[in-house]
Design a protein around this ligand. Structure first.
Ligand code: SAH
Length: 221
């Protein structure tokens, strides 16, 4: 059994499990200590269906309903590390809230997190989990991530946690000058890309092959 404090922060066994997961990610090449600390602190079991709780601290993606998944902890840590490398973003936009686990990690690494999810029931569930963790620097929105979140723009950094067939134009426009977008681009499998804005031009770096559920355009559920 995992234990949990009233606020939902990791304690007891789940704290130990989070620490072990962070240690594992460190052996797999994650070096940012702030990111590792956030992983160690976070009760991943509250973000997944109870029936899968015994797998909560495994380094794997897991189903969260509606055909969606909570990302693999390694990829959550990797993308967070890429967002922060040599950079201190004060606000971050996340596209694809899903379970809210990645959101909870980001909220421990920056001043303010905005996150957009197209499936209402997932957004609702994520909101409950994040509230129970006592994180108060997060705003969630039910919407189409292809449009970003124009009224809150510009963002220092943007992270997309679903695979996009192409880079959404709105996200490029909503970055500050010097800002950074971390996004998996491709069809069934994707390449994780870091795109940096320099005025009206953008430079691109490819990191590694990844596999995400698709960033679905249009209609909301
Ligand atoms: N960061 C999440 C990943 C969830 S999977 C986690 O670790 O739990 C990707 C999520 O992106 C899914 O919840 C899916 O519904 C959402 N998504 C897909 N297309 C989207 C779109 N166009 N706008 C917003 N969210 C989208």
């Amino acid at each position: 059994m995992m234990t949990q404090t009233k606020s939902g922060r990791a304690s007891g066994k789940s704290k130990r499990s989070g620490e072990l997961l962070a240690q594992k990610l460190q052996t797999e090449g994650i070096t940012n200590l702030q990111v590792l600390q956030a992983i160690a602190n976070s009760p991943r079991h509250i973000f997944i269906p109870e029936i899968l709780a015994h797998k909560a601290y495994d380094n794997t993606a897991l189903p969260i309903g509606q055909g969606q998944t909570i990302s693999q902890p390694y990829i959550v840590a990797k993308m967070s590390e890429l967002l922060l490398k040599g950079f201190e973003p004060k606000n971050i936009l996340e596209i694809g809230t899903g379970s809210g686990y990645q959101t909870s990690i980001l909220a421990q690494l920056t001043d303010k997190v905005f996150s957009v999810e197209r499936i209402k029931s997932l957004q609702f569930q994520a909101k409950r989990c994040l509230r129970s963790m006592d994180l108060h620097n997060i705003s969630l929105k039910h919407g189409d991530g292809w449009q970003g979140w124009a009224s809150k723009a510009p963002f220092d950094a943007i992270i997309v946690t679903a695979g996009a067939v192409s880079v959404p134009q709105a996200l490029l426009e909503q970055l500050i000058d010097g800002g950074r977008l971390v996004i998996p681009v491709g069809d069934k499998t994707q390449v994780l890309k870091i795109i940096t804005r320099n005025g009206d031009s953008y430079s691109e770096e490819q990191v590694e092959a990844v596999r995400f559920v698709p960033l679905v355009p249009g209609e909301l559920l």
